[in-house]
Design a protein around this ligand. Structure first.
Ligand code: 5GP
Ligand code: MG
Length: 183
């Protein structure tokens, strides 16, 4: 079977250039905030992989990088509401300023639970950064401190975001064709 996936996309939402521009803007905002603070970045796996690797290259400061693994979606496109921790944090964050970075803020369940986990470790401060935000879907009261794009209620893939573990390697962010979900 041909494994090319170009035909699976309904339309492109953000081009690589638009993403790059936004990641630069976010890096500037983050840099201003943490120039004089001991920063620990916590990347929420796996979706934030491309975002975090582009973002940290633009931060010329001493920082620690840790990962937390969460899973809320199965092979479908609606959140189950229950978050499972699939990879634990490894670094201590006591008295450090923590920035939790995720790909997308949807219902808010994932990020708010990760923030609670981090708070329990007694950092100096916890802030959040997401590339994408779907404010209309929120069930938990949480607003990102740093936000790339606000988007309507659409299921998106690419630049780290998957559908059934596929499409993370798309260099842009896209909406999938409905036929892909049905097949
Ligand atoms: P929440 O817990 O806020 O409902 O969902 C957050 C997580 O669900 C994100 O970290 C992401 O992995 C996944 N998610 C939410 N919306 C989308 C989407 O539109 N596309 C993809 N691929 N994943 C999403
Ligand atoms: Mg995620």
């Amino acid at each position: 079977m041909n494994q090319r996936f170009d035909d699976d996309m309904e339309r492109m939402l953000f081009t690589p250039e638009e993403i790059d521009h936004t990641v630069h803007r976010l890096a500037g905002e983050i840099l201003t905030q943490y120039l004089d603070k001991p920063l620990t970045i916590i990347s929420v796996l796996t979706g934030s992989l491309l975002f975090i690797s582009d973002l940290i290259r633009l931060l010329p400061i001493r920082l620690h990088l840790d990962f937390i693994g969460t899973s809320s979606y199965g092979d479908n496109t609606t959140s189950s509401g229950t978050i499972t921790i699939t990879r634990q944090l490894r670094l201590g964050v006591k008295e450090r300023h923590v920035l939790v970075v995720d790909d997308i803020l949807d219902t808010g369940q994932t990020l708010s639970q990760v923030v609670d986990i981090v708070r329990a470790l007694h950092p100096a401060d916890v802030k959040t950064c997401v590339l994408l935000d779907k404010p209309s879907r929120r069930t938990v009261d949480i607003k990102p401190d740093f936000r790339g794009f606000a988007i309507p209620d659409l299921f998106v893939v690419g630049y780290g975001l998957d559908y059934a573990e596929q499409y993370r390697n798309l260099p842009y962010i896209a909406v999938l064709k409905e036929s892909v979900y049905r097949s």
